[in-house]
Design a protein around this ligand. Structure first.
Ligand code: FES
Length: 348
């Protein structure tokens, strides 16, 4: 128990790891405290102010739970009339400045703002009064894989911190001030002109529908597999609909990537169903590629190989192949083809 502490949240005794924040302690026991800017993999910033709680006893005060360490013997209330009032006003201000078109939003039913609003409850009359005059900001659809809709953005900064803390890219940040604040690349240029590497890590963490993948119908089920793009072995959950791959998600239980993916793993699945994909061998005849069967193609390969042994031959191995396949290729090149002309695409 040396690394554990006990505190009371809403009258319930909670055991938590030493160093956990109050929010983490509550969430670890399935107790919901409204929050928007918290993400378990990122440093807390306390931007949304929704996770307010009241601490009784010697610490008596109102604090944001995502930045306050849980201490032995603490007594915490997550719902008091005062906290509810502050939270409701905060949510109403957020929603007043949010494009509330939930049915058309890709994040509908998974949206953290919907959950907060549902929990807190809204005063519709006050919301109407708070609504600023319609101001539609342009959607940035310059990136080939995802769109950024600033009208849906709640400025939680999760995308900014993901890009900085997890990816070390720093392609985006807060720009401008006050009501004009928005998330933007350097010089408020389009995403495609920023240093964004299109890894999509910001999209998976966006709690609302501000960052959404292009052309991605919802999958009906997922299939667990390993990414085929390089030798890292990242765990993937491929989303399938009508027997076609429609999405790729990092598998958080995979030790190689712990849920993270690069641009290839996340967005490079469309080749599987692409109409240009080769599904049978092609042999060049009279300057034109024509379809052949596998026996014919393999006979041609073995025949050509046997006529080109020694220094005429070279092989390039692939990061897309397994270690075992790459080992066999170098063995084949040296022992069968009689040359050391073997290299690997990773050295390019
Ligand atoms: Fe604590 Fe946003 S979750 S301030």
């Amino acid at each position: 128990m040396a690394d554990k502490i006990e505190l009371t949240i809403n009258g319930q005794l909670v055991t938590a790891d030493k160093g956990m924040t109050i929010l983490e302690a509550a969430l670890s026991k399935g107790m919901y405290i409204p929050h928007l800017c918290h993400h378990r993999e990122l440093e807390p910033v306390g931007a949304c102010r929704l996770c307010l709680v009241e601490i009784d006893g010697k610490w008596k005060k109102t604090v944001i739970s995502c930045k306050t360490e849980a201490k032995e013997g603490m007594v915490v209330q997550t719902e008091t009339p005062e906290i509810s009032e502050i939270r409701q006003a905060t949510v109403e201000l957020l929603i007043a400045d949010h494009d509330v078109d939930c049915l058309a939003c890709g994040q509908n039913t998974r949206c953290a703002l919907q959950r907060v609003a549902d929990h807190v409850g809204l005063n519709k009359k006050r919301l109407q009064r708070l609504k600023p005059p319609e101001k539609k900001l342009p959607i940035d659809d310059s990136n080939p894989f995802f769109n950024f809709d600033p009208n849906q953005c709640v400025l939680c900064g999760i995308c900014v911190r993901t890009c900085d803390e997890l990816q070390n890219v720093q392609a985006i940040d807060y720009a401008y001030r006050g009501l004009g604040t928005k998330i933007a690349g350097f010089g408020d240029k389009l995403r495609i002109e920023s240093s964004c590497e299109s890894c999509g890590e910001c999209i998976v963490r966006c709690p609302v529908g501000a960052l959404t993948e292009k052309d991605s119908p919802k999958p009906t089920h997922q299939v667990k597999t390993v990414c085929s793009f390089c030798g890292c072995g990242c765990g993937l959950l491929l989303g399938v609909r009508d027997n076609r791959i429609v999405s790729a998600q990092g598998n958080v239980n995979s030790p190689a990537n712990k849920g993270r993916l690069c641009v290839k793993g996340r967005f490079g699945y469309k080749f599987v169903n692409h109409p240009d994909r080769l599904t049978s061998p092609l042999i060049k005849r009279n300057g034109e590629f024509v379809k052949a069967d596998w026996d014919e193609a393999l006979d041609l390969v073995t025949d050509t190989f046997s006529k080109n042994k020694g220094e005429k031959f070279a092989a390039i191995a692939s990061a897309k192949a397994t270690n075992e396949d790459n080992y066999i290729l170098q063995k084949f090149t040296r022992a069968v083809m009689g040359t050391n002309n073997i290299d690997h695409c990773a050295r390019l």
